[in-house]
Design a protein around this ligand. Sequence first.
Ligand SMILES: Cc1cc2nc3c(=O)[nH]c(=O)nc-3n(C[C@H](O)[C@H](O)[C@H](O)COP(=O)(O)O)c2cc1C
Length: 186
Amino acid sequence: MGRVAVVYDSLSGNTQKMAELVAEGARRVEGIEVRVVNIAEPDAAEVACRADGIALGSPTNLGVMSWRMKQFWDEKMGPYWMQLDGKIACAFSSAGAWGGGSEITCQALNTVLMNFGFLTFGLTDYVSKTASAHYGAIAVREPREEEVKEACRKLGERLAEWVGAYIDRNPDLHPLVREPGRKRPS
Ligand SMILES: Cc1cc2nc3c(=O)[nH]c(=O)nc-3n(C[C@H](O)[C@H](O)[C@H](O)COP(=O)(O)O)c2cc1C
């Protein structure tokens, strides 16, 4: 059974709410184990290493990930460098404002994941006429709008689909098979 871990940092709870939605989306895919872990928990690195795919979330701080998230990868995950290659990953971030740097933060998270050899991805899907998660899911403060919530869920769902298709080698879980005829809403 493929394993997904939603690994997050959150100072005031907004990224945590996104993490719960990402996990909710991952649970839409049958046969995938889903865990949610805050990087402050003692076994966070172990949960991240055990997973076949991770969704990594951080608040946007000065346009990049929080220092706590950077420290987690430097110190807790550093020893596992060169042991995680080929796992699948994606990013999400909560910021204080649209235009406040949430997508750049997703890119920063993706950069760290790539450095560790993760296969990172974004969504092509539109969850509404004006919302997607091409570089990861983003929110302003807590995810309130339905399209923002659905972008978080869709990101988790896609992560679980990739884990199912590529790690569990179940071709029925490939998104183009699960959702034939996907298209951008008009
Ligand atoms: C040190 C610090 C730096 C921040 N930098 C930014 C920023 O660059 N852009 C932005 O839009 N919001 C910024 N914020 C606001 C947070 O990203 C925002 O409140 C977010 O929702 C917090 O997520 P959390 O509740 O998961 O901690 C900053 C907050 C702090 C504490």
